[in-house]
Design a protein around this ligand. Structure first.
Ligand SMILES: [Zn+2]
Length: 430
């Protein structure tokens, strides 16, 4: 009997640690039920692909490229242009949160492109674009959208595919090279040629990351504060690499794909344990899970997609979470203008429904704000010329403003009243 009790005493802490690990959730200093927050994360902006325009397929059987499987709408996914950015910005700007700030889209950017031009590879880094993907006025539209506070760029990746696999597939087949010459980004096996695949060397990925961060800084004037891995594929060494560059706000951990892990129930259990383990042992990292989908371009019934997204938004709020909405670029930039128009319509309908909810629309936040509110109870974000401050707690709190410190002229410590939200108050103590 005593032996049983002793083994139980030994096992209990282990059991409790295991339970703690399985139940580790997002940290929270604010009441997310009261916040009623919406974050819209949108991947693939800046990606020179899949095709420059629908004419790229003229006289060509696209199936011959055998890229692998993806939703059919992606065959004609294309790089955004000034019109698609401006029209989307207009939809967002027509809606306001309870804080008076407009609806906000967080475009996650791909920073570089490889282009097969005149029989050789050429590299383009944003804001430069390949010859086949010229988009006059696009950066003006991005600057305007950013200035209006509806556009908050974040980080997606360098290429969205393994550049070496693309180069070798193109070298091996003149048909693939001819497609690349037209600006078609797809190649045999491209769907599985993940940018951060486990076969790629860590030093190479570290160099790519540093280059991509420098390009991001030049294009958008700051460091990214949040990121999402291309194709949701990354592993522990990549997370460590990001953390070493102070990238600790990570999107969509629940969607993470491990190409070498088994499929089926074993793989699923491994994923849950890995995710909870990461939450428990990496408290310095913030994992933001996407809990709503708004992908009308992939749905035969856009109205049902909007209704489901609205339902999931309310469920997230009831669970005490921000509503984090996934909505890829393909909904808003497409070689078929009717698809982009339907995507904008879907977003507009969703925002109308949210605005009509009892209690009003809540607030639109970027990942960096969600993460900072969770961790510190306060947040600061640049929206054009304005800095938006928030205090999600019941008490007065001080927010630290590193931008103010850099400028050396304005506040670096800002005192915020409880539940304050809006532009940094002029009267803030300094
Ligand atoms: Zn992507």
């Amino acid at each position: 009997m005593r032996r049983v009790r002793r083994s139980f005493a030994l096992l209990l802490p282990l059991l409790l640690a295991f339970v703690a690990m399985l139940t580790a959730g997002p940290q929270g200093m604010v009441d997310w039920r009261a916040q009623r927050a919406i974050t819209i994360e949108s991947d693939d902006w800046g990606l020179s692909g899949f095709v420059p325009d629908a004419a790229a397929w003229d006289g060509r059987r696209r199936e011959d490229l055998t890229p692998g499987s993806f939703p059919a709408v992606y065959w004609n996914s294309t790089l955004e242009d000034s019109g698609s950015v401006a029209e989307l910005a207009a939809v967002l700007g027509a809606f306001r949160g309870r804080d008076g700030q407009p609806a906000l889209l967080q475009p996650n950017y791909i920073l570089s492109a490889l282009a097969w031009e005149g029989g050789q590879w050429r590299r383009y880094d944003l804001p430069e674009l390949p010859q086949a993907y010229q988009r006059p006025g696009m950066w003006t539209a991005v600057r305007e959208a950013t200035g209006r506070g509806v556009w908050y760029p974040e980080f997606h990746g360098a290429w969205h595919y393994d550049p070496e696999r693309r180069q070798s597939a193109t070298a091996a087949d003149p048909g693939v090279a001819a497609a690349a010459e037209r600006g078609i980004m797809l190649f045999p096996g491209s769907e599985a040629a993940r940018e951060l695949g486990p076969w790629r060397s860590t030093p190479q990925l570290a160099a790519e990351l540093d280059t991509a961060l420098a390009i991001f800084g030049r294009a958008f004037g700051r460091r990214p504060g949040s990121l999402i891995a291309p194709d949701y594929t990354w592993d522990g060494r990549i997370e460590a690499l990001w953390a070493s560059r102070t990238l600790v706000v990570l999107q969509a951990k629940r969607e993470q794909r491990h190409p070498r892990w088994p499929h089926g129930p074993v793989g699923r259990v491994l994923k849950v344990v890995d995710r909870q383990w990461s939450r428990a042992v990496r408290p310095e990292r913030t994992y933001l899970e996407r809990n709503c989908r708004l992908e009308p371009a992939q749905s035969p019934d856009a109205a049902a997609t909007v209704a489901a997204c609205l339902r999931d938004t309310r469920k997230a709020w009831r669970r005490g979470e921000p509503a984090i909405v996934e909505s890829h670029r393909v909904n808003f930039a497409h070689a078929d203008p009717a698809i982009a128009a339907a995507g904008r319509r879907g977003l507009r309908e969703y925002l109308e429904c949210v605005a009509a909810l009892e209690g009003g629309p809540g607030v639109f936040l970027a990942d960096v704000e969600v993460a900072s509110l969770m961790r510190h109870g306060v947040s600061l974000r640049q929206a054009g010329e304005v800095r938006i401050a928030r205090n999600g707690t019941h008490s007065r709190r001080v927010a630290f403003d590193p931008a103010g410190l850099r400028r050396g002229t304005t506040a670096s410590l800002i005192l915020l009243d409880s539940h304050f939200e809006g532009p940094v108050p002029a009267s803030a103590d300094r």
